[in-house]
Ligand binder design. Sequence first.
Ligand code: ADP
Ligand code: MG
Ligand code: MG
Length: 919
Amino acid sequence: MARPQAKVVRPATRRAARYIYAFGAGRKDGRADMKDLLGGKGANLAEMARLGLPVPPGFTISTEVCTYYYANRRSYPPALRAQVAAALARIEKALGRRFGDPDDPLLVSVRSGARASMPGMMDTILNLGLNDRTVQGLIRASGNPRFAYDSYRRFVQMYGDVVLGLKPESKDEEDPFEVALQEKKRARGVTLDTELDADALRELVDEFKALIRMRKGVRFPEDPHAQLWGAIGAVFGSWMNQRAIVYRKLNNIPESWGTAVNVQAMVFGNMGADSGTGVAFTRDPATGENVFYGEFLMNAQGEDVVAGTRTPLPIAALEKENRSAYAELVRIRRTLERHYRDMMDIEFTIQQRKLYMLQCRVGKRTAFAAIRIAVDMVRERLIAHDEALRRVEPEQLSQLLRPIFDAREKERTVKEKRLIARGLNAGPGAASGRVVFNAEDAERRAAAGEPVILVRIETSPEDIGGMNAAQGILTARGGMTSHAALVARQMGKVCVAGCEALLIDYKARAMRITGRGEVVREGDFVSLDGSTGEVFLGQIATTPSEVVRVLIERTLAPARAPVYRLYAQLMKWADQARRLGVRANADQPDQGANALAFGAEGVGLCRTEHMFFGEGKIGPMRETILAGTAEERRAALAKLLPLQRADFAGLFRAMNGRPVTIRTLDPPLHEFLPHDEAGQREVAAALGIPFEHVRERVEALHEFNPMLGFRGCRLGIIHPEITEMQARAIFEAAAEVRQAGIPVEPEIMIPLVGHVKELALQAEVVRRVAEEVMREKGTRLRYLVGTMIEIPRGALTADEIAGVAEFFSFGTNDLTQTTLGVSRDDAARFLRPYVDTFEIYERDPFESIDRGGVGALMRIASEKGRARRPKLKLGICGEHGGDPATVRFCHEIGLDYVSCSPFRVPIARLAAARAALGA
Ligand code: ADP
Ligand code: MG
Ligand code: MG
């Protein structure tokens, strides 16, 4: 071993740590790649400033302060105060306005911003710095009292909600500030916020403050500095609020990341008809089409566009409102796309005809859009193939395979006048379910197994859990950039947003539809077409997606299937990039054909027992089990032989020369027998044997723990005639198909091997039968004999086992059960809390491989196996084989292939490519 070198350690120079990074007005301390420190929002604000875009000046308090805050009982590093004061002074100097100045006050926004974008999770406060004195200064400086009081009432409202915690207290309650606002509009006989005059708004400020005092027992702070620190504390505090915690769980964001805080000079979209605010995507986030896509509102501020208080206008209409701002925005769209080489989501404000950029980030998109944008950008030479593959999450492909409404059924529904409303097509796909009006009910009903559609006036971050549980989301207000649309896109949920015809009454748990008679109540069925924005009463039958129709049903020509063509292009690149093979688990010829259509390169697991449940086979199988003697058993097995042979021949034909791994009988025998008296009597009658005999056999086969009982290779060792019959069926089928000119590559797999002698005994049977069949048929067949590695002893003695086995396939379902000592069927009670509450496992170990335990055994088995037999073929056939994280792990430990269900094959192909690219 090398001797450790003595190193000269320089004492760290003691400078106060830097907590603040400025941007705008000539400063750009940060960069887009500093998200860990500055959060996404702060890093991109700095980057936009670098690009010379018009960004109001501000500064970012780094995520390190958040970490400090939680490590030190919610307090700040001592140096922070002075740094904030200095950064604020810089903004004051740049703009010639002072914070708290009663004559011409500087106002700021306080914005959260975590490393990963968490839409709507953290709250933003606008117009901070206003009080009863500074509002007079704002009136004097702007000459616009209405604007000043509008800003003030918004500030008190946001501060009251976010910092002082005045929110609805029950799920049926409306926001108290909104109630007061509605009341004011009613009293003044107006319908829009913008129609309230300065007087009305001034009254609202006082009413809001009174509400806060009454409901929360605190006074609204008038001191701007107290306001600022209150807001900063609230942003850091919100990192640990319930909805942020839920969101992080759903999205696997570690708690340790923390959030940054951005403090930024205000610009005002609510200064009148020549001002406004908007949000946009540089391409269509639903379809991916290369068009500028967005919405704006004139005389509006902040969240007005997304909150759905007024319905916004499409971005193209901005050209009429303000030609030069629109032209500048279009230029910025191009600049940002060229710079980030991705579709961006932007926020902007126009203050008296001048454009300001307030945010940009890589835009969330549907799976359809993700693929289209990735493929288009390769064609536009913005990105390379590898990058396109990195841009599509494997799991997103499942959205492309998801069913859509059957066109005829939909037509019929329209004829029956069940098309009740139209909204925005915010999340493509088809969903039918029972209406619920709040997130809690959605979660409850969904947990009981009901499909639900969550219907809200508009959604908010509190609804995340319910949105996740629902099949689809329907809102009455809000545009394509509303909370509902944003979150639905990310979750891949079907969503129709901004369906203005809905008149929702939360208290009555019912809704009416403008211009129609019926009342839709909680529990009634509705159907959403998220691709068109249509809402229907009742349920509608679905039909397979474009990709499925081209590949599986062959009812659609690729030329007429644009989505399919994008999919095919991306898959082609994936296949070029990946090293891992991808196979499918398939028991029947049709499943094999599907798997091939999805790009599988073989069958990784054919469960022979599934064949026994097919027509005509269960009888002889039961006879086999009920047989008293080996003689009787052989007679029953002889009936099964031709049936199994036909099954295997069908699968070999379907797979057309690709390897097919067939597992010998695995489950405990009692699974093939009925457990109730009526069923047992039926079996007895069918087989012409006494009922008592059947009952006795079932009782004799009873096991306390069948998972660890008489199953797997143990069956074939005690009853070798079963393995003999199966091997004969396999080889006879192989010979038959080979004679028809189709190549065959059978791989016979022995399950549940823990000791090399178990495998040796079974392999001997298989090889003997193979020789017999080859002699009888006068032909030679290539085949392999291998084993599943699914119990720890098998993994730990893999070197011995590899002396006999020509391949290993990791049976990770059983390997997880036996390694963790957890029966999957009995895990329901504790496994969810294990993952969600106690975080013992990061993910459900039956979904995604437990790297530390099960993964370690796989690694050991692979290394030991290959040390003994360098050409040992290695694969995985457990349900984990279609999980992208597991696919990555399998790539890392050098497996040859993964095998998963046919519909997950595309996902595994993409995951394998991304693993190879290190994405
Ligand atoms: P979110 O993280 O929910 O997007 P933001 O921090 O972006 O929250 O703020 C919410 C809204 O307030 C956005 O529409 C943004 O454009 C607006 N906003 C934030 N800061 C300012 C500012 N300094 N001037 C004007 N509008 C602002
Ligand atoms: Mg924003
Ligand atoms: Mg198993």
